[in-house]
Ligand binder design. Structure first.
Ligand code: NAD
Ligand code: UGA
Length: 423
């Protein structure tokens, strides 16, 4: 049985730990955040991730998973040490490697002879070498193994990957790490570390490009009277285009796309290449938040100063509690800059947020509002009673930034309805 240590018990780390336990390994996961570790061990997860709570409970109970605050104890018996640490956006868009470097330096002396340290965090190209130096261990190999899971479907994605990418400069380490994934039956791309690190950034940047393309296309559709949903349906049958990731929205967000696109632009700049395409992708995304606000302002008559606007959904997408770089929060900020009072409802958000009032149900958010914006595609918004919503609002205006609602039902209730790229 392999002994695996996972450092960092966030969306990636806890998923990795629980899934490796599920795959028959002995796993110890460590995190510096004591509250986080306490709540995991008491059976209440600090994050919302479908299926994770059950999996963690099952393997904590069987003893195949242990969660601790002590990185040093955690690494001491491990054959593999997975770094699942935050790499947030640092100065000038570059990835901040502080935590990865700190952890690598501190665990170095305590690693088992011949252990493999795995960078699962999204780290700048060249980081395998940086971590190797920080560890100060000649007998330990460092391998890049980027993660491609999505929040909300993390367990499913981990256990059913499209591919596994392993970047190692040492063949034996690559083979050892591959053996952990063989059961999953996915293609395993074995390459050098720098290439693996580049695959991760390239994948996220490409997906963000696809989304900015579709958001720009939606704007064009509005001007020429075409329906973006039909346009993308017609495009998507071509396997070279593909039908996924073509839904226009309020702009892409989340803990990774914004920072990873910025980091790739920065790395290209450092390498002497002006990645103008990606700069355009970011500019279109910023514009998309503004376009939603412009729709609200236009539909309520040109001025929202002193008026109330409701937001349905605050997380960066549905089925997660993650608010990091959420388009909804950017839109709230822009509305507030124009003098609006913003009230938001989200099924996973119950604490106050700066610049907006968080309420406990979608109807209260709309009380006395002049418009409501669907900012996150939570399924429950499909089943809202629009007659009831209309009765509490000052004006009946809906901006559906996710094209989630049935326009005719909403309009039947006397609302002015506008989506994205549709009539
Ligand atoms: P997260 O913020 O949810 O979790 C990181 C965890 O690391 C936190 O619980 C934090 O307390 C812990 N931590 C910080 N410093 C520590 C230390 N010194 N020792 C032990 N634990 C420490 O982050 P995440 O979303 O899981 O992302 C982690 C990495 O994976 C990032 O590089 C991210 O880009 C990448 N990634 C994230 C996703 C995703 O969907 N969230 C997907 C693929 C890759
Ligand atoms: C994304 C990638 O999909 C994962 O492969 C990657 O591992 C991860 O980033 C990461 O590196 O952290 P995630 O951030 O969980 O996963 O979210 P996505 O489902 O990709 O959505 C990202 C953003 O794009 C969201 O704001 C979402 O609402 C938006 N989106 C997505 C659209 O507007 N339209 C779509 O068709 C799809």
């Amino acid at each position: 049985m392999n002994r695996i240590c996972v450092i960092g018990a966030g969306y990636v780390g806890l998923t990795t730990a629980a899934c490796f336990a599920h795959l028959g390994n002995n796993v110890i996961c460590s995190d510096v955040n004591e509250d986080r570790v306490r709540s995991i061990n008491s059976g209440e997860l600090p994050i919302v991730e479908e299926g994770l709570e059950d999996l963690v409970a099952r393997y904590l109970a069987s003893g195949d998973l242990v969660v601790t605050t002590d990185n040093i104890v955690a690494v001491s018996q491990a054959d593999f040490v997975f770094l699942c640490l935050p790499t947030p956006e640092g100065p000038n868009g570059r990835a901040d490697m502080t935590r990865v470097n700190e952890v690598a330096s501190s665990i170095g002396p305590h690693l088992k002879v011949g252990a493999v340290v795995v960078n699962k965090s999204t780290v700048p190209i060249g980081s395998a070498n940086v971590v190797r130096q920080a560890l100060q261990r000649q007998d330990v190999q460092v391998v890049s193994n980027p993660e491609f899971l999505r929040e909300g479907t993390a367990i499913h994605d981990f256990l059913n990957p499209d591919r596994v990418v392993i970047g190692a400069d040492d063949e034996e380490a690559a083979i050892r790490l591959s053996s952990l994934y063989v059961k999953l039956g996915a293609p395993i791309v074995v390459t050098d570390a720098a290439t693996a690190e580049t695959i991760k950034y390239a994948s996220n940047a490409f997906l963000a490009t696809k989304l900015s393309f579709v958001n720009a296309l939606a704007t064009l559709c509005e001007s020429v009277g075409a329906d973006v949903r039909q346009v993308t349906l017609g495009m998507g049958y071509d396997p070279r285009v593909g039908s996924s990731f073509l839904k226009p929205g309020p702009g892409w967000g989340g803990s990774c796309f914004p920072k990873d696109v910025a980091a790739l632009i920065g790395m290209a700049e450092d390498a002497g290449y002006d990645f103008a395409l990606l700069k355009g992708v970011v500019a279109i995304n910023d514009l998309q938040h503004r376009r939603i606000v412009e729709k609200v302002v236009r539909l309520v008559g040109g001025d929202i100063n002193g008026k109330k606007v409701a937001l349905w959904g605050l997380t960066f997408k549905a089925n997660t509690d993650d608010l990091r770089e959420s388009p909804a929060l950017k839109i709230a900020e822009l509305l507030a800059e124009l003098g609006a009072q913003v009230a938001g409802y989200d099924p996973t958000v119950h604490n106050g947020l700066e610049g907006l009032t968080v309420v406990d149900d979608p109807y209260s958010a709309c009380q006395d509002a002049v418009a409501v914006v669907v900012t996150t595609e939570w399924d429950e918004f499909r089943w809202i009673d629009f007659d009831k919503v209309g009765s509490v609002m000052q004006r009946r205006v809906v901006v559906d930034a996710r094209n989630l609602l049935d326009a005719s039902t909403v309009r039947k209730n006397g609302f002015t309805y506008e989506g994205i790229g549709i009539r």
